[in-house]
Ligand binder design. Sequence first.
Ligand SMILES: Cc1cc2nc3c(=O)[nH]c(=O)nc-3n(C[C@H](O)[C@H](O)[C@H](O)COP(=O)(O)OP(=O)(O)OC[C@H]3O[C@@H](n4cnc5c(N)ncnc54)[C@H](O)[C@@H]3O)c2cc1C
Ligand code: FES
Length: 333
Amino acid sequence: MFIDLTGGGFSVHCADAMEETRKVTHKGSFVAVVRDNKQIGQRHYRLGLEFEADAAEAFAGAEPGQFAQLDLAAAPLPPAEAVPKDLIDESGRKILLRRPFSFADVVSKGGKTVVDILYGVVGPATLRMTGLSAGDSVSVIGPLGNGFRVPEGKKQALLVTGGMGAGPLEYLAKVLTADFPDLEVIAFAGAKTAKELPFSKRLDEISQGLGFSLAEFARYGVKSLMATDDGSAGYHGLVTDCLAEWLGQHRLVGADVIIYSCGPEQMLARIAEIAKEKNIDCQISMERMMACGIGVCQSCAVECKVDGSEKTVYKLCCEDGPVFDSREVVFSS
Ligand SMILES: Cc1cc2nc3c(=O)[nH]c(=O)nc-3n(C[C@H](O)[C@H](O)[C@H](O)COP(=O)(O)OP(=O)(O)OC[C@H]3O[C@@H](n4cnc5c(N)ncnc54)[C@H](O)[C@@H]3O)c2cc1C
Ligand code: FES
């Protein structure tokens, strides 16, 4: 049964083009069963969660950019030898609050919905997440927040990911290429080093055949460029510099383009500057520590500009976001 946590939501992908595919997105508290939990890098995993019945229906409508709150308090710790050295002290910490995660893929079939979450191991909750295995149950609240939107008249969509920000943009690539076949989609994926790029790094047949670097985007026919700060893969430098150079070489009409981005806030701030300089629409997925995820605790404030005024207001990352127009966000220096 749906437990409507906030009175329900009505969500639309795009003003007109998507009018017919409007869907009512219910959110609720559900139980998911772990389908798989694959290690894809040194500290990167991909968790598949399977939902049935009402939960399957709710998550079938999950949009790229939305997220879910996972209860990982009861997830088992991995064996001591599998705990990274820097997390040994923290590994025993109790997990009181749920943790937010976006969706890297959503597949509905035969009354079931499988949601993929791409995650990095950074603390006690994500460490316990690695201990989940097929058949385990996880309590999940979602889908929450708003998703990325597609304004009318766009010809190119540039997806810019930093580190673990890749997940929601992978799912966005899938939805954009399926729903907007005339839109050219290009992904820019950045990380500090090649080891920290959260991809399988396998050049599969499709990506090799197309000459594309990342199989995760090639499977949707999306060309991708990689950037690493240390030059260990792809462009040597920040992904934001890679994007700026690319935009310098490709004389696109600003109004035709939209940038979507997810990653560390410093990166998002630079993306917002680039978009402003080039007069390009830009939507960014912000991160905040989230205690409730449903607009109650007020812990996830994002300072936003008020249109036509010097004033700012605080919006909630969990309810008004996590996706914001880059022009409205006030970034901390
Ligand atoms: C809307 C949203 C979507 C997210 N999607 C994903 C995802 O798809 N994959 C993924 O790997 N992670 C995602 N995150 C981040 C994820 O929630 C955190 O990595 C997780 O909560 C860390 O829990 P922990 O107990 O392992 O580490 P903690 O001990 O809680 O944190 C470890 C370190 O990470 C920092 N941190 C933790 N959470 C956040 C946050 N939300 N924003 C900024 N810094 C934080 C802490 O300050 C600390 O330095 C998302 C966050 C938000 C808000
Ligand atoms: S996380 Fe509680 S209000 Fe946003």
